[in-house]
Ligand binder design. Sequence first.
Ligand SMILES: [Zn+2]
Length: 377
Amino acid sequence: METSSRRSFLKKAGITAAGLTLTTLCRAEQIEEEGEPLATRPITGRVIDAHLHADPESIGRCLSVMDDNYIRYGINIGVTGDRSFHEFVSAAKPHKDRIGTMYAFDWSLIKKDPDFFSKAPDMLTRAVEAGAIGLKSFKDLGLTARDRGGELVRVDDPRLFPIWQRAGELGIIVAFHTTDPKAFFEPWNPRNERWKELELRPNWSFADRGKYPPRDVILQQRNNVIRKFPGIKFHCCHVANNSEDIKTVSKWMDELPNLHVDFAARLGELGRHSAKDGLEFFTRHQDRIMFGTDRMFYAGGDIQGAGPRKHFTKEEDRWFYQVHWRYLQTRDKQFDHPTPIQGDWKIDAVGLDRTILDKVYWQNAYRLFRLERFGVA
Ligand SMILES: [Zn+2]
């Protein structure tokens, strides 16, 4: 590339030569040769979104937004209860190579159904036979789900072991969304950094210690399950629900080789860490981090990771995904994150190299979910 054309390209892309590393420069050159400025699209040309949500009525819209934004395959991260699950599976059947779904137990059955624990493993087998590509546990486990005696059910309750065991026998991944952001467990007042988000969703405050166990305790219960079943692959959503503290997550991942993460709706939190710490995290755990957005497609209105339900324009969606490409592919500093309701700060990008981008964008999810089974291209 000619020096002058390189300079004009960099200017166009808003990059100053002084702040540019050699790898970013090479990537900028590579993308410019293909005729597009940096970070308007994923450099890999294909992405798997390992964490989205959709209802049966919205599959068409979900696929068209995916098409517009280079998402080759989407993982619907859990439909709760047999009825809703089967409805989704039958609606998604014609699109097996584009979208898959995880089955989620309705944990309220622990209280309602005296035979739940003995029936549950076979319920899971039937869900997998019907097409479930994994098992998802939502955050009510450990936090609000109670047994018939009225006791909170711990994530590492031995009565649940046969369920995890069956998932292992079936060869499927087990996903956990356990607890929530740190701020949801802190006093709910205007000093809480997620004040705006809690205003929108007051039922997400778990600050009442008389009602809810501490966050760390529940996260440890989840880790106990991961430790107890080393043969099962676990997918811990939202950076193992601890994106505020990636050093601790990194220690967990060192200790537990079967712990994998997605960063759905946590790009804002990841980008709050220094670019150096972020890059170190992605580099060290490059085989176990999956791209995810938490983009939600519902008949009653969509959600971009977090925030209000609404119908998004093509431009708004393009911006949402492009912030993800920008974070992963450039070394830009102090730009807006994709989920503004989560907090009023800017993020620093990590600028991953091509090998790591391939893994994070699609290879890791492809391998973990064994997507070759569905002819995913
Ligand atoms: Zn989600």
